[in-house]
Design a protein around this ligand. Structure first.
Ligand code: FAD
Length: 540
């Protein structure tokens, strides 16, 4: 099989145009092409009047060696890579060793648990939150009744932070072993639509994610793994060794329970603030790392579709349009769009009382009225929070509390029309755009809950973005704040063996540890860490 990439066809091409285009591209007679399978489909919308679909296809030809020789210098014609997943270790039949513990049932913990279970190591998976259906009720409690459950919400519980999301499944991490493919295949086996295997920018949406994490739970349990809900890990049992090292002996739970183990995958996500504080107290090596803060911005999806696709807006092969923007400002800051959710809604994403945090989600259909995305500014420890490893958390808490106050102390988000923001006045009413955030939006002045340099950067970037996406800077577009949980404010640094630098047996993983950003990269990291744990147990 050959892999041919960058094959472009018109938006409305008939099915038979594909083999003809392959033959033309590879200089083949029709009878020399034995078969083809689409492995990826994206689009090139740079010319709005001539949008093209861009394919990667696996192609079977009569003379593969000859084609490869003729196209030896062409990077778009290559032998098909081997994308099959192979386990690096397997437990002996009837293995009865000390079971590994996974803390956190988000995408990272879920995949760490799945791979450990598939290798035969019967992991115990602990999560402070609830099983997904009960968690959904608690999450809606905040959105519908302004009632927050600090242990069961958008951030905490089965499926982790990605459960109530757009379910975007792409990332920019290097993936030479095609672990991302393993993740997508497991998701499809658990009920995700097949098209996630071929779409260049796949997404799942919230409702499907809920039933998928349930299906994966059944698989893990069927393989001897075990979940324990509402089991918050509050402490680690560590044994001092020489040269500043400690050795992990087990985990202490909030209810007083103790689990003895030699291997812990720590996949607690970026909002596990009390856990980060505990790790710091226990001397686990932690560093502050850069992240971003800002707001969500909403426009009608039809504006974005028209701006991106012109007269092709609404074409079924294109779906709801997305965008990605970045601008380097005169004040040295970079403003960029983050986690764009076409046809979705802005959601209340706090996990702590008295704070307001925004994020975005959508359903698979992406059919809701508004588009939303984060509009954020990168910040870093040296310049913005130099007070030690946990100073970024204090900064997040400060602005989230200010947003709570600006929203009226009722979990309403503070909001402002773009026109008012650029004119430097508070908003008192909505215009054409109705924000989707629930339980509600209080129109105000966002300068009450954002640092000065962020406001300054937005003033410069929003008109620039308006020249790239028509109506991005429309006066009625609505911004709601604050977006502070863009990634982890810390890194729990690990060595080459993926263990903590100074605690043997502790495997920091996923977004909270600073090794992933998003569902797919967190899941990939979960696989890598599970492999490291599997190899370590197998070597005992
Ligand atoms: P998490 O998913 O955060 O999971 C951590 C888990 O650990 C939680 O279930 C928590 O309850 C548990 N936990 C924490 N502390 C403890 C403790 N002490 N004891 C026991 N359990 C504990 N990413 C995308 O790629 N695409 C998207 O479309 C997207 N949309 C998003 C929308 C929203 C609303 C949010 C909040 C996030 C979104 N993200 C999206 C980001 C994505 O969800 C995260 O990057 C991803 O979930 C990180 O995975 P993780 O497993 O590392 O951590």
């Amino acid at each position: 099989m050959l892999r041919l990439s960058g094959l472009k066809l018109p938006l409305d091409h008939p099915a038979e145009a594909m083999p003809a285009a392959i033959c033309e591209r590879l200089g083949l007679e029709p009878q020399e092409l034995l078969g083809h399978v689409v492995v990826r489909r994206g689009n090139d919308a740079r010319r709005k009047n001539a949008i093209q679909l861009v394919y990667t296809v696996d192609v079977e030809v009569a003379d593969e060696a000859g084609v490869l020789e003729r196209f030896a210098k062409d990077h778009d014609v290559r032998p098909r890579p081997d994308t099959d997943y192979r386990f690096v270790a397997k437990a002996p039949a009837g293995w009865q060793g000390k079971r590994p513990v996974v803390i956190g049932a988000g995408p990272c913990g879920l995949f760490a648990g799945l791979i450990l279970a598939q290798m035969g190591f019967r992991p115990i998976i602990l999560d402070r939150g609830k099983v997904v259906r009960e968690r959904t009720k608690d999450t809606w409690g905040l959105w519908r009744r302004a009632e927050l459950n600090p242990d069961s919400n958008v951030q905490f519980g089965e499926g982790g932070a990605g459960t109530f999301s757009d379910g975007k499944l792409y990332c920019r991490v290097k993936d030479p072993r095609f672990l991302g493919r393993k993740v997508l295949e497991e998701f499809v086996a658990a009920g995700a639509p097949d098209d996630i295997l071929t779409e260049a920018h796949p997404h799942i949406g919230t409702f499907r994610l809920v039933s998928m994490v349930e299906a994966m739970r059944r698989q893990i349990e069927g393989l001897g793994g075990e979940y324990r809900w509402q089991h918050r890990v509050d402490d680690l049992e560590l044994e001092r060794q020489g040269d500043g090292m400690q050795k992990l002996r087990g985990v202490h739970l909030a209810d007083g329970g103790f689990i003895e183990t030699d291997h812990v995958v720590l996949a607690v996500g970026h909002s596990a603030r009390p856990t980060f504080e505990m790790l710091h107290q226990r001397g686990v090596h932690i560093e502050a790392k850069p992240f971003s803060i800002g707001v969500r911005i909403e426009h009608p999806q039809s504006w974005i579709d028209r701006a991106r696709y012109g007269k092709c807006a609404g074409h079924p092969a294109l779906g709801a349009a997305a965008y990605s923007l970045a601008h380097h400002c005169a004040n040295g800051r970079t403003v960029y769009s983050f986690c764009m959710c076409p046809g979705g809604r802005v959601v209340a994403a706090t996990s702590e009382e008295g704070r307001v945090v925004t994020n975005g989600m959508s359903q698979y259909s992406r059919a809701e009225f508004n588009a939303n995305s984060g509009l954020v500014v990168g910040i870093d420890p040296e310049r913005d929070y130099p007070g030690g490893p946990l100073a970024g958390i204090e900064l997040q808490r400060h602005w989230e509390s200010m947003a709570f106050v600006a929203g009226g102390e009722s979990y309403h988000a503070p909001g402002q029309r773009v026109g008012d923001f650029l004119a430097g006045r508070a908003s008192t009413a909505l215009g054409e755009v109705v924000p989707s955030y629930k339980p509600g939006v209080t129109m105000t002045d966002l300068s009450r809950c954002l640092p000065e340099f962020v406001l300054e950067a937005f003033h410069e970037a929003i008109p620039v973005f308006g020249r790239q996406i028509a109506n991005y800077d429309h006066p009625d577009a609505v911004m709601t704040g604050v977006e502070t949980r863009t990634s982890s404010p810390i890194r729990i640094t690990r060595g080459k063996d993926l263990q903590s630098l100074n605690v043997a047996g502790l495997y920091p993983a996923g977004e909270g540890a600073g090794y992933a950003g998003g569902i797919l990269s967190a899941a990939i990291d979960g696989i890598k860490v599970a492999e490291a744990v599997g190899l370590s147990i197998a070597a005992e």
